[in-house]
Design a protein around this ligand. Structure first.
Ligand code: UDX
Ligand code: ADP
Length: 456
């Protein structure tokens, strides 16, 4: 039996290892983390992350060939292959602050591997990393006196939150980057062998390490660019009589463009898009490509502007003042079907509304606890409600932040009746039936479509 170790039991490490354990019963998979609470949660009935289908998946393999522990040293000693999926946030200090990736957790992990490994190992980068990190990793691993050989591979994860289990079971592709020499290619083969248990061979791409690292950044940059592109057009739609849904549909039916990722919104969030683009921007600057850097940075700037524009619109429509008014935010997660709020547009929008002295009510089916952490400095200016009806009661306005399916089926007449009048609704995800809402009495403001006002 071969031993796999995964360092970092987060959104990437946990689900990925659960699938490997399920599909490769002859491998023993250990997942370790420095965070003991997180590991305890992975071993419980309430996993530390919400992901449809994940609990069932983990229960099938946990204790059989999938183990969650905090014993990193023992894990390293037993391992034949180590996946590293520790966090690589954007640097908040020093050179490259706000842009470059903070690699301190990565480097610490590399040093631990070097110290405790007792055989030659394959080390797989799972976290998204700046291009050429594998080289830095190899240098750390082979520094000083060390008779062990470590072959570093890049194997970026493309799963999206909310659909992680399905994305892992049926990936569009698996990408494995390695060095173009005998040892590098042998390591690539080992990793291909693991994925080949459930992924068709023609979907497993191999590449050189740098192409693999870069492809991950580029895939996320392209996806985020589509969202920023459609959001930029939503502003033109609002200024004219155009309708963003009609434009998206017409544009997306061009088979060269395709219909996916063209939903206008309050902006993209999540742990990857912004971080990866800024990472790309930083790389471009370092390689003296300022034009390329500025081109990609605009995707992030447009995303921030879209959120500000949303708040500006709320204020303008609510008679240029929201101070003392009650506003309910429906949804706080950065997208539906996850409890994750990292970089969620709801955070920035909440802060801006709170700066305007709004009394905020927040409801979300999965992210309420995290929302309270994200906004803790605002104390009792924010109330957190599990029940959307309680959140909306006596509010002056309601804004949709996350496209949760359950919001579509609410009794909107009841919600309208319980609110202050005139009642406003700002649909930041365009998920509701706007005509119906207008009939119930709401003043309705979607994204990228003409508003429906009852005010004269
Ligand atoms: C993304 C990539 O999709 C995934 O391949 C990568 O591994 C990690 O980053 P994730 O951040 O989980 O995944 O979610 P994704 O579905 O890509 O959505 C990102 C953000 O864009 C969300 O806030 C979502 O609401 C927003 N979005 C997406 C839109 O506003 N409109 C769209 O049409 C699509
Ligand atoms: P991602 O979304 O990339 O999976 P997360 O933040 O969800 O990122 O997960 C990263 C995990 O890595 C966290 O649970 C964190 O505690 C863990 N981690 C960070 N540094 C180390 C380390 N040196 N050893 C083990 N685990 C680590």
């Amino acid at each position: 039996m071969k031993n796999i170790l995964c360092i970092g039991a987060g959104y990437v490490g946990g689900p990925t290892m659960a699938i490997i354990a399920l599909k490769c019963p002859t491998y023993k998979v250990n997942v370790v983390d420095i965070n003991a609470d997180r590991i305890a949660a992975w071993n419980s009935d309430e996993l530390p992350i919400y992901e449809p289908g994940l609990q069932e998946l983990v229960e099938k393999t946990r204790g059989r060939n999938l183990f969650f522990t905090t014993d990193i040293v023992q894990g390293i000693k037993e391992a034949d292959i180590i996946f590293v999926s520790v966090n690589t946030p954007t640097k908040t200090f020093g050179r490259g602050a706000g842009r470059a990736a903070d690699l301190q957790y990565w480097e610490k992990t590399a040093r631990q591997i070097k110290q405790h490994a007792n055989k030659d190992l394959i080390v797989v980068e799972k976290s998204t990393l700046p291009v050429r990190t594998a080289a830095a990793m190899e240098r750390i691993l082979h520094s000083g006196e060390n008779e062990r050989h470590f072959e570093v591979l890049s194997n970026p994860e493309f799963l999206a939150e909310g659909t992680a289990v399905n994305d892992l079971k049926k990936p569009d592709r698996v990408l494995i980057g390695g060095r173009n020499n005998e040892l590098g290619q042998a390591a690539v083969k080992e990793l291909v062998k693991i994925y080949a248990h459930w992924v068709k061979r023609d979907k497993i791409l191999t590449a050189n390490t740098w192409s693999s690292e870069l492809s991950k950044l580029v895939a996320n940059a392209f996806l985020a660019q589509r969202v920023s592109s459609i959001n930029s057009i939503s502003a033109i739609c609002e200024a004219t009589e155009a309708n963003i849904s009609e434009v998206s549909r017409a544009v997306g039916m061009d088979s060269r463009i395709g219909p996916k990722f063209l939903n206008s919104s309050v902006g993209f969030g999540g742990s990857c898009f912004k971080k990866d683009i800024l990472n790309l921007v930083y790389l471009c600057e370092r390689f003296s490509l300022p034009e390329v850097a500025a081109y990609w940075e605009q995707v992030v700037l447009m995303n921030e502007w879209q959120q500000e524009r949303f708040v500006d619109k709320i204020i303008k429509i609510m008679f240029n003042t929201v101070a003392g008014k009650k506003i309910a935010l429906f949804g706080f997660a950065f997208k539906a079907d996850t409890g994750d709020t990292r970089e969620s547009p709801a955070i920035k929008i909440s802060r801006q509304l709170l700066d305007e002295q709004v009394e905020l009510r927040i409801t979300d089916p999965r992210a309420l606890q995290q929302a309270a952490i994200d906004l803790q400095e605002f104390g009792d200016k924010v109330t957190y409600e599990t029940d959307p009806y309680a959140a909306a009661k006596n509010c002056h306005a309601l804004a949709i932040m996350t496209e949760w399916e359950c919001y579509k089926d609410l009794d909107w007449q009841r919600l309208y009746d319980s609110m202050e009048k005139p009642a406003f609704i700002f649909d930041g995800r365009n998920i509701l039936d706007h005509e119906k809402l207008y009939e119930y009495g709401f003043n309705v403001y979607p994204i990228g479509k003409p508003g429906m006002s009852r005010l004269v």
